[in-house]
Structure formats: C-alpha cells, structure tokens
Design a protein around this ligand. Structure first.
Ligand code: TYM
Length: 334
C-alpha cells in the first residue's frame, strides 16, 4: 500500500482542502506504520498554470508546507516535498504525453471550468495538467490517493493512461491507483452558495473558511453563512433540496465524527440560530491549534527548506526506477 497526494500551493489552505483531503492524509499517515509509505507534495509545477510572481510562488510553497505540517503531516514519517525539486515528474509527464489522448483531456471538467469561455486563450499547461498529475501518481506506484470529489476524474484518467501504456508497450510498469474520497466531506460547498464548491478562487472571502482566519473571523463567516428559515429535520435524507443546510450539517458531522443523521437527530426542530453557534464552536476549536502551529512554523524558512530538501531526496530515489522503466519501455536510450 502506498499513499500519495498533492495540493497546489496557490494561496491559502481552506476548509474544503482540509476536510476533503488533508485530514485523511494525516489519518492515513497515522495508520500506516512503515516509513516512507506516504508521499505528500506541493504541486508547484502545476501552479505555473496560474500566473504568479516569482516571490509569491516561493512564499506560497513554503507556506503550504508549513500548513500541511500544522495539520499533522509529520515529515519524519511521510515524504513531504515540492514537485520542482524532483525533475522525474516533468520527465514522466512528457513521456506520458505520447500515451494520453486529446479526446480524453477534452472531457476533463476541471479544464472546462478553469478555462471558462476563453479556451483558446488558456495555456497548454492547463490542458495537459492532468497528464502531469498522472505522472505524479504513477511515478511512486501509488495505490491509494486521498482526494476530494473534484479529483475523481483525474484519477480515472490516470488509470486510463497507465493501462494504455502498460498494454501498448507490453509491460507491467504502472500500478493502477484508487482514489480515496471521504463520504461526508468529499465536496465542501461555498458558505454563500450551496451549489458551488468552496474554493480558493472564489472572489468572496466570505465563501470559505481559511486556515488563517482567526476565531472571530470564523464565527462571523458561520453567522453570515447562507441558510434557509426551516428548522433542521429528524434525518439527513429530509435535507434534500436544501443545499446550504446539507453542507453545514455535513461539515459539523465530519468535524465531530458523527453521521449527518446523528447530527440531525440532535438538532431536530431547532433552527440555524441554534445550530450555527454550535458549528462555529467546533470549527474554532478544530482550527485554532492548527492556525497557531502554522503561524509559528511559517516564519522559519530555513527549517522548511531543509524539510523539503530531505523529502525531495527520498522522493527522487523512489521515483527513479519507475522513470527508468518508462524510458526503457519506450526504447529511449540515455
Ligand atoms: P487542489 O490544490 O485544488 O486541492 C487539494 C485537495 O483539496 C481537495 N478539495 C476539496 N475537497 C472537498 N471540498 C472542496 N471544496 C475542496 N476543494 C479542494 C481536492 O480534491 C484535493 O484533494 N490537481 C490537484 C493537485 C494534484 C494532485 C496530484 C492530487 C496534483 N497532482 C496527484 C492528487 C494526486 C489539485 O489541484 O488539488
């Protein structure tokens, strides 16, 4: 079993990232005994699909590393690194470009969402982004990839690329990875619109809870979160059609490790005037220690660089045989 996942170091970590992915990274790390069984990385090569100044990118990579450590990633047990320090990612992505089909990439909904109406103006990098993601995963023979729902299609593409490469070249080089998607928090929605995903690119900061928000900020965002005037029902099934209510109940359920049914049962008949303060309290209590650790860690750039250096060294060693195998299968002499 090998666990691997990545996050783009663009701006802040938000509650969707935390509940959809990072919390599971930490759980999986803590459940696995073996050293170097888990690989977590900052997808800085992916981040070039969004324009950023050099200094901002450098700061974002270090800050995201600090955020992951603050959330519980232990760089002594897990391999924590940034892609750019491991050139095998870019190399394998190029080799897989011979296998990935334009038709497959044309179906990627994230590309369509991110490119928007101006597809001709989107970068090539944005289009082939999922091929780099496939390389990230296949390089390490990952079996389990903990991600939110929005990455499911990229995982399916990764399996398609792996299968076609193995078949076309008659090798058993790549392991087919499985996504590991949480049940209740697979898709945390915006606090302002229950039909839109919570995301760092939403222009309204009120739509998301950031790891860096202070206690009052969190409480205020919950207080102002969009809801409806109905009381909470007895069961979660009765929340159908109430997207905002369903989202808040799901967040509460995940944080308190209960089912949405159990949450509904304990708040049944009560309105959001009663539910929101309870939700704000669990959010504040969960995020406060993470924020405090993050603030302390992010100042020490040298320590963060040392962690990423060490992680990259381990990652390079594990990635090398797969990359060699791909060159070999293709008959590319080095
Ligand atoms: P990214 O940086 O957009 O998000 C990081 C992780 O957070 C999850 N996530 C969410 N989960 C639930 N609700 C939300 N509102 C929400 N928003 C984000 C994402 O599903 C993701 O798991 N392409 C990836 C990064 C990547 C990667 C990889 C992931 C690059 N290579 C290889 C896994 C394996 C991305 O942009 O995630």
């Amino acid at each position: 079993m090998r666990v691997l996942s990545g996050i783009q170091p663009t701006g802040n970590l938000h509650l969707g990232n935390y509940l959809g992915a990072i919390r599971n990274w930490v759980k999986m790390q803590d459940e696995m005994d073996a050293d170097s069984a888990c690989f977590f990385f900052l997808a800085d090569l992916h981040s070039i699909t969004v324009h950023e100044e050099r200094a901002t990118r450098m700061r974002n990579v270090r800050e995201m590393a600090a955020a992951l450590i603050a959330c519980g990633i232990d760089a002594d047990r897990s391999v924590l690194f940034n892609q750019a320090r491991v050139p095998a990612h870019a190399e394998l992505a190029w080799l897989l470009n011979g296998t990935a089909r334009i038709g497959w990439l044309n179906r990627m909904t994230q590309f369509k969402d991110k490119a928007g109406k101006n597809r001709e103006g989107a970068s090539i990098g944005l289009f082939v982004y999922p091929v780099l993601q496939a390389a990230d995963i296949l390089l390490y023979q990952a079996t389990h990839v903990p991600v939110g729902e929005d990455q499911k299609q990229h995982l399916e593409l990764t399996r398609d690329i792996a299968t076609k490469f193995n078949t076309d070249f008659g090798v058993e080089l790549f392991t087919l990875p499985d996504p590991y998607i949480p049940k209740e928090s697979a898709r945390i929605m915006s606090l302002r619109d229950g039909t839109a995903k919570m995301s760092k690119s939403d222009p309204s900061d009120m739509s998301r809870i950031n790891l860096t928000d202070d206690d009052d900020g969190i409480a205020q965002k919950v207080r102002k979160a969009k809801t409806d005037p109905e009381p909470l029902p007895e069961t979660a099934a009765a929340l159908e059609g109430r997207a905002e209510a369903l989202n808040l109940v799901g967040i509460y359920a995940t944080l308190t490790e209960q089912t949405p049914d159990a949450v509904c049962a304990s708040f049944a008949g009560k309105g959001f005037g009663a539910f929101k303060p309870a939700l704000a309290e669990v959010l504040v209590e969960t995020l406060r220690p993470i924020r405090q650790r993050f603030i302390a860690l992010k100042e020490d750039e040298a320590a963060l660089d040392a962690i990423l250096d060490k992680g990259a060294e381990k990652a390079r060693a594990v990635a090398a045989p797969t990359l060699d195998g791909a060159y070999e299968a293709l008959g590319l002499m080095r």
